[in-house]
Design a protein around this ligand. Structure first.
Ligand code: ADP
Length: 638
């Protein structure tokens, strides 16, 4: 199912649930609100009834107490005595004030008021006859009278208590206490305008006498019969007030919601504009009243909508919470899925990498094998080159040694002949020549030793200056003999190169010897005097960042162009046979290269030739203890 469809289904479910919840909640909230209303109505009704009862109880005994006062009897016995009546009026006036009653008055047996608290007022009861009132009749019959009515004179609604005034068991008059009922209405009414409940007190005929709603007063809740109308007229209970009807009937509401004693009623003075109330009523037989407590149903509606709003809000919160949790769960699941995928990918990659690693290792091994094979091939090639060189060398040696051997033979034969002829001096000379030739041959053979040396001899850091000094020690006699000026630009200790001390010495000896021979040759050809003072041999050490250059420069004739191109080839020489074999530079070149360096040569204009040995610079750590007694191999004597 797609996410969109899932959400749609979820939305439908939520809406369905919301509808169900609102239905259930509405029903439940309605029941609960009605039950609350019913409970409140019962409570308010009890309060209203007990309030009324308390008022009645408070004043009930007052006429009885007044009736036994002799002053009232005196007034009844002497009604025409103004002083007595005046005193009685004042007495009743003070009683009314103290008792906070509405009126207190005294009637004679005819029902005419002879004294009253309001004797000063224009609406005074004095002189008025109230015999038609039931409370008068009751008192005249010896009973306590209780009655409520609208005052005919005062137009004030009141409750009347009466009691007979007797003179030796003969009832001669009636004392009446009237209390106002408008205060209780004010007590029930809400100080903030609209009442939270309404109270209605009706008489036995259903006429509203007391009510929190002024417009309901003096209306009959049910139709009055002619007989009832007659009674009310006779008693003048409601004075001259016209009694109008009020709608008061059972409402079309589900009564099953209510407990016993309550009902829904529709009340209203204007037809079509009635309001529905929950009604609870109680009888007050001591006053002949029926008290109705009316709770407006608006409160129910309000409560239902409140509960509905609350429950729907809660439901919405729960739905949001559930959606939140669901989303979180979804997201966690997606993350877990992504993580699993990632792990899988990583695993895959790792596998690929380890495979690649194995492949690489194999390749490295293969390379190593190839390298070994190559090295082997190279070694073989070198070996072959060596053999070729050996062949070349052998040819050269053959050539070089043949002549001296032939000469040796001749000298030896000649020496024999000279000895036979007793020419010892000549024989001696020949023998000297033979020794000389043998020395020459030994020197040729001695040079070949370099080929037997291993090239891979270990190199070390050696002091260039020390090496040059050692080479000069061997060559200095020759330099001095030819009166050559030696110019040195060497720091003996400082510069270290990576080389083999003995072999570097051999190279330097060769270069110095060549230089000396070149200068000597020039002297020979140009004459001693010509070159006096300008025979120079200069040895200079130049230090670069990672290289060291040793320059051996002479003031000789320089190298011819032809010689420059063959300089490092074996057996190339321009010298006489006795002076050189042409192996020195070729061997030197080979030695320097084997030490990782190079040997080059060039002419210096105005001077002779310069030979430059370039070597790798060495660190102090690489300095190798050279054996103190190791001497350069004397492979070359020129
Ligand atoms: P040899 O000295 O036995 O001839 P080398 O290999 O040492 O053999 O030298 C080869 C040749 O290089 C020499 O015969 C000479 O012609 C030339 N040569 C070497 N050194 C110098 C130099 N300093 N000045 C001029 N020519 C030189």
């Amino acid at each position: 199912m797609t996410r969109y469809r899932q959400n749609l289904v979820l939305l439908l479910i939520v809406m369905g649930l919301a509808a169900a919840i609102s239905m259930l909640t509405r029903d439940w909230a309605h029941r609960s609100a009605v039950a609350d209303l019913d409970r409140d109505a019962g409570y308010e009704l009890r309060r209203a009834v007990s309030g009324l009862q308390a008022i009645l109880a408070e004043y009930e005994s007052l006429p009885h107490i007044l009736a036994i006062d002799p002053r009232l009897l005196i007034a009844l016995q002497d009604p025409n005595n103004p002083e007595v009546i005046d005193e009685t009026n004042r007495y009743l006036e003070s009683i009314n004030q103290i008792g906070k009653t509405s009126d207190v008055y005294l009637m004679n047996s005819e029902g005419t008021t002879i004294a009253a608290n309001n004797w000063r007022s224009v609406k005074s009861f004095v002189g008025n006859n109230f015999r038609y009132r039931p409370y008068f009749r009751d008192a005249m019959e010896g009973r306590t009278g209780r009655y409520f009515a609208l005052g005919t004179t005062s137009d004030i609604r009141g409750f009347y208590f009466s009691f007979p005034v007797s003179d030796d068991d003969v009832i001669v008059g009636v004392v009446v206490v009237k209390i106002s009922l408008s205060d209780v209405e004010q007590q029930w009414a809400s100080p903030w305008g609209q009442n939270s409940f309404e109270v209605m007190v009706t008489d036995q005929y259903g006429v509203v006498f007391i009510s929190t709603r002024a417009e309901w007063r003096f209306r009959h809740t049910r139709p009055l019969t002619p007989a009832q109308e007659l009674v009310l007229d006779l008693e003048r209970r409601y004075s001259d007030k016209e009694l109008k009807p009020i709608t008061y009937q059972n409402a079309e509401a589900p009564t099953q919601l209510l407990g016993t004693g309550a009902r829904f009623v529709t009340v209203g003075t204007d037809p079509g504009n009635e309001q529905t109330y929950l009604e609870r009523e109680a009888d007050m037989p001591e006053a002949g009243w029926q008290v109705k407590l009316l709770m407006p149903l608006d409160r129910v509606k309000q409560e239902v909508s409140n509960v509905l709003l609350l429950s729907l809000s809660m439901f919405l919160v729960i739905v949001l919470l559930v959606m939140l949790l669901l989303e979180r769960y979804r997201r966690e699941r997606a993350m877990k899925h992504a993580q699993e995928q990632l792990e899988e990918r990583v695993e895959h990659r790792t596998k690929d990498l380890s495979e690649a690693n194995i492949r690489l290792q194999n390749e490295v091994q293969e390379r190593k094998r190839t390298e070994t094979a190559l090295k082997q091939t190279q070694d073989e090639l070198v070996q072959a080159a060596k053999l070729a060189l050996l062949g070349q060398l052998s040819a050269g040696i053959n050539h070089e040694l043949n002549q001296p051997l032939t000469a040796l033979r001749s000298y030896a034969q000649n020496a024999q002949a000279f000895i036979d002829r007793q020419l010892h001096d000549k024989a001696q000379m020949n023998l000297q020549e033979i020794v000389h030739l043998i020395d020459h041959m030994a020197s040729i053979i001695g040079q070949l030793k370099v080929f037997s040396r291993k090239e891979s001899e270990s190199l070390g850091a050696i002091h260039v200056g020390a090496c040059i000094t050692a080479a000069l020690k061997i060559t200095e006699s020759e330099i001095r003999r030819h009166r050559i000026e030696l110019i040195m630009n060497v720091n003996e200790q400082d510069v270290l190169v990576l080389a083999d001390m003995v072999r570097l010495e051999q190279v330097l000896i060769n270069l110095i010897t060549n230089a000396v021979q070149a200068i000597a040759e020039m002297v020979e050809s140009e004459g001693e005097a010509a070159l006096d003072g300008s025979r120079r041999l200069s040895i200079k050490v130049i230090e670069n960042t990672d290289q060291v250059l040793i320059q051996v420069q002479d003031s000789g004739p320089g190298i011819s162009d032809e010689a420059l191109s063959h300089l490092f080839e074996p057996f190339f020489t321009t010298k006489k046979q006795s002076q050189g074999l042409g192996l020195g530079l070729s061997i030197s070149h080979r030695i320097v290269e084997s030490m990782g360096g190079s040997l080059t040569a060039r002419n210096v204009p105005g001077e002779g030739a310069v030979f430059i040995v370039t070597l790798r610079k060495a660190d102090v750590q690489e300095e190798r203890e050279e054996s103190a007694d190791s001497k350069p191999d004397m492979w070359m004597t020129k």
